[in-house]
Ligand binder design. Sequence first.
Ligand code: NAI
Ligand code: AKG
Length: 434
Amino acid sequence: MSKTKDTPVASHPLPSYLNPDHLGPWGIYLQQVDRVTPYLGSLARWVETLKRPKRILVVDVPIELDNGTIAHYEGYRVQHNLSRGPGKGGVRFHQDVTLSEVMALSAWMSVKNAAVNVPYGGAKGGIRVDPRTLSVGELERLTRRYTSEIGMMIGPSKDIPAPDVNTNGQIMAWMMDTYSMNTGATSTGVVTGKPVDLGGSLGRVEATGRGVYTVGVEAAKLSGLNIQGAKVAVQGFGNVGGTAGKLFAEAGALVVAVQDHTGTIHNAKGMDVAALLEHVAKKGGVGGFAGAEKMENEAFWSVNCDILIPAALEGQINKDNAGKIKAKMVIEGANGPTTPEADDILNDKGVLVLPDVIANAGGVTVSYFEWVQDFSSFFWTEDEINARLVRIMQEAFAGVWAVAQEHKVTLRTATFIVACKRILHAREMRGLYP
Ligand SMILES: NC(=O)C1=CN([C@@H]2O[C@H](COP(=O)(O)OP(=O)(O)OC[C@H]3O[C@@H](n4cnc5c(N)ncnc54)[C@H](O)[C@@H]3O)[C@@H](O)[C@H]2O)C=CC1
Ligand SMILES: O=C(O)CCC(=O)C(=O)O
């Protein structure tokens, strides 16, 4: 039979670790893919590509602890899709990291990178560890051993890790150094989010929060919400939530509630965000901040606010709390914070959700700038970086908004339409055979 673009794809059962029936983050991602499939036209023929990570590596990471015992940690690196370029995505150190989670995070990277049109596929990594239980020496040994274990998969033109939850510039510096020692040449472009003195980019630390703020401002203009005086609630006050909170406060919004792993705080008049950031830097969390009152964790979701920014972990907005949310707009700083059921509840209530795959793409956009600067060994000013970041975020968001209007779909489905078409078109053009 001669093949056309309309030739159906033979259906093969998914491998067991890709089982869509479980409720983990990977299952949520698969539901999102199912929602976009009707809008893919002839490219729907390739949609299975999105349901199967290209490559999964699970590694044992043994280290000697300070007390002389040998501890083993489980590490992962998943390359979800490489059709548009090398893998790109962060590394998470957290006690609850699972393969399902890293698979989903890597897939959301594919979608996000395509949504802002940076020339990458999607990847993600992680270690199942609570880094707060380790000394600095143990953390360095863990990072270096993990980097060696995934060394076969990463590289400046293969797959480029970056920071995510509980990882930062110091960890990227150790990763860069280990990879460089193992390959025999300094290779700054193997990771992004490095310290500026080691080939890092100005503006990368704040980039994700700046992107969250930028799309928030664009959506506010389009939906008639005034940022001046708007009440903002933020879950997670680390790299992403802390920067986004700071930028909204500087623009005249009131940060009225903040939740992190140390508790929830509330001040209806708005907090002094600079003072809160100093408190977090000293104490490790928002708990005990003198400029606000303690609040029950559950009450965070029903707090009186206009903008809610989840900037912590997945699945935080779910069917149990979505109905209580009073915000007019949810800006997803975190990856995967809203389950599909919660998405539907929010949509029915008229809450505008700016999805992770566009809203938190500022980080990877400046990672792309860092990678380009490393290749050319020519570094840009912070103003140039921020201006380019804002332009890319505004243009990408405007494109997604137009698709949402055209198809009368949520911004999440619209972003998936834009991104999945780009990914699958690249796949189709490249073909299947070597
Ligand atoms: N760092 C980056 O450039 C990017 C990060 N993201 C996503 O943003 C989210 C936050 O990442 P970062 O700010 O980088 O991490 P981070 O490690 O700097 O901060 C994480 C924050 O989440 C809080 N948190 C952890 N567990 C919590 C819980 N159970 N309840 C409430 N708060 C909790 C922590 O206390 C901390 O404030 C993650 O979903 C990450 O994947 C997305 C794009 C880029
Ligand atoms: O900067 C990067 O390469 C990726 C950041 C990341 O992990 C994310 O966007 O979720």
